[in-house]
Design a protein around this ligand. Sequence first.
Ligand SMILES: Cc1cc2nc3c(=O)[nH]c(=O)nc-3n(C[C@H](O)[C@H](O)[C@H](O)COP(=O)(O)OP(=O)(O)OC[C@H]3O[C@@H](n4cnc5c(N)ncnc54)[C@H](O)[C@@H]3O)c2cc1C
Length: 391
Amino acid sequence: MENTYDTVILGAGAAGLMCALTAGQRGQRVLLLDHAEKAGKKILISGGGRCNFTNTDSRPECYLSNNKHFAKSALSRYTPDDFLEMVERHGIAWHEKTLGQLFCDGSAKQILAMLLEECAVGHVEIALGHKVDAIQHVDGEYLVKSNGQTTRTPSLVIATGGPSIPKMGATSFAYEVARQFGLKIIEPTPALVPFTLSHDEQLFRALSGVSTDVIVRCGKVEFREAALFTHKGLSGPAILQISSYWKRGQSIGINFLPDQPAGWLIDAKRTRPRSHFRAVLGQYLPDRLTQALAERINLAGELANLSDKILTEIENKLANWTFTPNGTEGFAKAEVTLGGVDTNGLSSKTMEAKNQPGLYFIGEAVDVTGWLGGYNFQWAWASGRAAGQVV
Ligand SMILES: Cc1cc2nc3c(=O)[nH]c(=O)nc-3n(C[C@H](O)[C@H](O)[C@H](O)COP(=O)(O)OP(=O)(O)OC[C@H]3O[C@@H](n4cnc5c(N)ncnc54)[C@H](O)[C@@H]3O)c2cc1C
């Protein structure tokens, strides 16, 4: 390991690798350093092992941040098509799963191998198993102390992600560096994370393993995807999505029958007057969910004997079944972290700290959090590219 580099990047994850290959291919001498024994661990486990590497619909509106405009610049200058061009150049087969989500046909290992090959083209040096002990800024240079050595650089990029999934080596290191240099942190909280339920919510707890298509709402935000009942509470794409918008104490509404038009139960009464509510519900929902909801609603007798008013009330209840999570499964299970380095302190064009020349923050470390479905990698690529072009 040489001692002076044009650029040192801390964190060999998605954002760090993209920044390194970009700067390296511009002719910069780059050191990419990580405390883990392997680069890109989250890439390897992403998308169930197939890496949902981007989303063709990566609009700024699909990202949460205290400054909703911050992500626009980087996202517009490195698009899903740009990443796809690299994927295709490396002969990696891919497919669109749903809602613009692009996955490898084969394995996430291909994406990591591609990024490492591109780093090799740029002669990036990669130092794994390197814990950073201290960072200092002296006479316009950053001094990075790690494994008993001091490395000097005028450009230091922090790409160490957020604290989600600590057992994979995730840390809050980026926030410590940000604070050391006077940047603010937007409180980090777990996002894209399952909800837990109190013992009062027996209905859901009894349904572990059942999955159903729903519309889920929190305040004015809603998502239509699958929800999955778990032994601890609720998960599945719809729930993970809404969890990023949920604040403790808020209630969540679920529409169990998103395809049924208003008045469907009254129509059923007209067309099938002798049917029981449970049988009608069972046409649309999984058996165990039907049984649980029917027990809760407790509507005995044939539909013909129930008033339109009662049927409308039931319909409304099924379209907005409310519950209040008692929490989430926390950083241990969160796919990403909401919050992070306050974007007010960063340039949206370069990711450089406004008050600290030569210091950059990229990827999940920054207060920009995408929806589920490839948006978070797209942010990692775009922000990594933005910094890599200017360091
Ligand atoms: C299970 C799971 C599945 C996911 N699937 C997808 C998906 O399919 N599509 C998608 O878009 N997003 C997905 N995500 C989210 C995505 O992985 C992250 O948004 C993305 O990895 C963030 O990139 P990053 O480079 O900022 O951080 P990371 O990829 O987390 O990389 C940070 C790097 O910094 C290193 N590091 C941490 N602390 C230190 C330290 N103190 N010193 C040195 N190095 C350090 C880590 O070892 C790591 O290599 C998934 C996340 C999880 C947990």
